[in-house]
Design a binder for this molecule. Structure first.
Ligand code: NAD
Length: 309
């Protein structure tokens, strides 16, 4: 399979590395408006191929090189500087997506291509990419809260001393400050969180839950403060999403895609079944009243931001 990555900064490079390690692609095309950067990344990653899968990795100097790509990953655009929110990137990155998507669409098979959006503010960029590309919303997929869900699961795993593999837990809504921690659907080994805590004699009071929520929502800010940007986690998330698509896994992931039409349309993360056609089915999560209200608020924030561009 041929895959293209647009935007070869910290995130695009990490995505390329993670995708290379899956061995799923036979060819990866790297495109960046900074051609020198893309060529250097292709050279570096090409050397890494000698130690893993023998994948052809090429830097493209124009969009014609992405022809034949079945999946195009968009990781271009400004990232958050310390203290900035994802929403602060709205106008800058709307211009980036508006520049890239038409050029991508001229060079791919519109009947089958799938776009994976990584650029922030994620959900609004998914809406914009879907609008410009005119692709069905099932084939314009944002990584959404995959990373937030992973962060939540890891924190829970440490708190409860149980493997992440035995935990089902989701973060929903915006990939941003209004994300919704879906406590009511946390299951461990088939038991609801409260029952698990009761049986394992673990006390998880409201104050601890609030701290966990804070840590999930602020993880990116802390990483950006410490290393300038985040890239490893999102690289692994994109590779996982690709794995689910290419292997037609029909795995449930909290990805972002446009639901609804017209003025009610919004992209946000809810559990969706992912396979080789992209989003196969969107599930309606069971929420308590607080979570429902928070999810509605999150959707309104995304929609309002979309209306600003
Ligand atoms: P970066 O500054 O390191 O790299 C961005 C790259 O995009 C640069 O190489 C730049 O030349 C390129 N670029 C900009 N405009 C372009 C255009 N019109 N055409 C082609 N290339 C273009 O930034 P980064 O740290 O790699 O972050 C990239 C994006 O990913 C940001 O928007 C960031 O917020 C987002 N991000 C998303 C998640 C997530 O979970 N979805 C996680 C981390 C970062």
């Amino acid at each position: 399979m041929k895959i293209a990555i647009i935007g070869i900064g910290s995130v695009g490079s990490a995505v390329a590395t993670a995708v290379q390690k899956t061995g799923l692609a036979h060819e990866i095309i790297l495109f960046d408006r900074d051609g020198i950067r893309a060529r250097a990344a292709a050279e570096d990653l090409g050397h890494a191929s000698a130690f893993s899968y023998d994948i052809k990795i090429t830097a493209a100097s124009n969009y014609r090189a992405i022809r034949g790509s079945e999946i195009v990953i968009i990781a271009a655009g400004a990232n958050q500087k310390p203290g900035e929110t994802r929403t602060d990137l709205l106008h800058k990155n709307a211009a980036v997506i508006s520049d890239i998507i038409p050029k991508v669409m001229e060079n791919v098979d519109t009947k089958t291509v799938k776009l994976i959006i990584v650029t922030n503010p994620l959900d609004v960029m998914v809406m914009l990419a879907q609008k410009i590309s005119k692709l069905p919303s099932s084939r314009v997929i944002g990584t959404g809260t995959m990373l937030d869900s992973a962060r939540f699961k890891i924190i829970l795993s440490r708190q409860l001393s149980v493997s992440t593999r035995s935990i089902t837990s989701y973060v929903l809504g915006e990939h941003g400050d209004s994300s919704v921690i879906n406590w009511s659907s946390v299951f461990i080994g088939g038991l609801h969180l409260d029952e698990f805590c009761k049986q394992s004699k673990i006390y998880l009071p409201k104050t601890t839950r609030n701290t966990i929520e804070h840590r999930v929502r602020n993880a990116a800010y802390e990483i950006i403060q410490g290393r300038g940007a985040t890239w490893d986690g999102i690289g692994a998330a994109v590779a996982d999403l690709l794995y689910a698509i290419i292997n037609d896994e029909k795995r449930i992931l909290t990805t972002s895609a446009v639901d609804g039409i017209g003025k009610t349309a919004v992209a946000m993360s809810i559990p969706r079944i992912i396979g080789n056609k992209g989003v196969i089915l969107t599930l309606r999560p069971k929420l308590d009243s607080t979570e429902s209200a928070a999810l509605r608020k999150s959707a309104n924030i995304i929609r309002k931001n979309f209306d600003l561009i």
